[in-house]
Write a protein that binds this ligand. Structure first.
Ligand code: PMP
Length: 389
């Protein structure tokens, strides 16, 4: 009989064993205490630096003092407060949709949308690089799932032609791909969906607050207002709080409230989280300079690392994937970064495909110029020692 220890040993031999790090964000957000050691943080999803913004913290403290620590019930029982409703109204306005509904996590929002909006008689067309929560949502929905090649519009069209017999077809894509940092070809996807009568769902977990002039996400970035039926996004990354939303028509949102099991059967988010998210949703469109700085720093890092000979994916977003190949090579690079005071862990299968183990570097608007220089210097120093790409 196989024991858990044997299973763990297999993971270790393949370089796939993972351990938890204790990470505490510091007031100077470029830094974190990692396992008790002060390090430069280059792998956080706190893209705009809002997670430690004083205004979010203050709003959260006041809400906790006024309303308590927990929400104590699910939304349809005792866990629905005015704060939840206010946040949803504000999110709908921010996303320029009729309505929005909040979920406890992005993972749950994707499971909720896919299991509620597609069933066994339907087909979901899903990009091969979509996030794990989309993959799990497809599985749980019991819909026929057809995977199309990453960001490949010709393959998507072929798959739409092959699935013409299905009445309901749902195309789902990450807006920004979380591990590669590229942006989905949403205009082409929308055009195909309109031509083949399919519904589009976009996961803007990494685009919310980051893409578009006002930070509204990929739909704003591409000027597709009103043409994407289901927009999901998280409140846990650039927004700096916790949770997620789905924005769309009033009837879509009412249907999710009535039918989505992760919404119905889980205690709602607590007041402190609602209040900080609400504050962030006001700050994001107002403080455009955060997005300018973020894209400037990301592009600079992309250019410098590419010119050093590294294979770097991304560049249009704050997510840069430095491709190493085998898990052990990515681990070696992560260790070298760590020895130089930079925290950016290795990302390995099954999170990413075989032979594409990588370092996922993420930039924050609050990074200082000298911190970016330090990262470039360390990569410069390590370049000769590494087999690249
Ligand atoms: N979608 C994407 C594209 C993600 O990257 C993530 C989280 N990394 C999620 C969904 C899940 O969001 P959450 O962490 O809020 O559960």
């Amino acid at each position: 009989m196989v024991t858990w220890d044997q299973e763990l040993q297999h993971l270790k031999e393949k370089g796939l064993y993972r351990q938890l790090n204790s990470v505490e964000m510091m007031e100077d957000q470029g830094y974190a205490m990692v396992n008790g050691q002060k390090m430069l943080m280059f792998s956080s999803n706190n893209y705009l630096g809002l997670a430690r913004d004083k205004r979010l913290i203050q709003a959260s403290i006041e809400a906790v003092q006024r309303l308590g620590a927990g929400s104590t019930g699910s939304r349809l029982t005792t866990g629905n407060s005015l704060l939840h409703e206010e946040l949803e109204k504000k999110l709908a306005k921010f996303k320029q949709t009729e309505a929005a509904v909040v979920f406890n996590t992005g993972y749950m929002a994707n499971i909720a949308a896919l299991t509620t909006l597609a069933g066994k008689d339907d087909v979901i067309l899903s990009d091969e690089m979509n996030h794990a929560s989309i993959i799990d949502g497809c599985r749980l929905s019991r819909a026929q799932t057809t995977i199309y090649r990453h960001a490949d519009l010709r393959d998507l069209e072929l798959k739409l032609q092959q699935t013409a017999r299905y009445q309901k077809r749902l195309i789902v894509t990450d807006g920004v791909f979380s591990m590669d940092g590229d942006i989905a070809p949403l205009p082409g996807i929308v055009e195909l969906a309109e031509r083949y009568n399919a519904v589009v769902m976009v996961d803007d977990a990494h685009a919310t607050g980051v893409l578009g002039k006002n930070g509204r996400g990929t739909v704003e970035h591409f000027g597709l207002k009103g043409r994407v039926e289901i927009q999901m996004g998280t409140l846990s990354k650039a927004v700096g709080a916790e949770g997620a939303y789905i924005a769309g028509s009033r009837s879509l949102i009412d249907y999710l409230v009535n039918q989505a099991r992760p919404f119905i059967f889980s205690t709602s988010l607590p007041p402190g989280v609602m209040a900080s998210a609400l504050t962030a949703i006001e700050i994001i469109p107002a403080e455009r300079e955060r997005r300018f700085r973020l894209s400037g720093l990301s592009q600079r890092l992309y250019k410098e690392l590419t010119s050093l000979g590294y294979t770097v994916w991304g560049g249009e977003t704050p997510i840069l994937a430095i491709i190493c190949g085998e898990p052990k090579e990515a681990l070696m690079l992560a260790d070298a970064l760590r020895e130089n005071g930079i925290f950016a862990p290795a990302i390995r299968p099954p999170t990413v495909p075989d032979r594409t183990s990588r370092i996922r570097l993420t930039v924050m608007a609050t990074h200082q110029d000298d911190q970016i220089h330090h990262v470039i210097d360390v990569f410069k120093k390590m370049a000769p020692a590494l087999k690249r790409g």
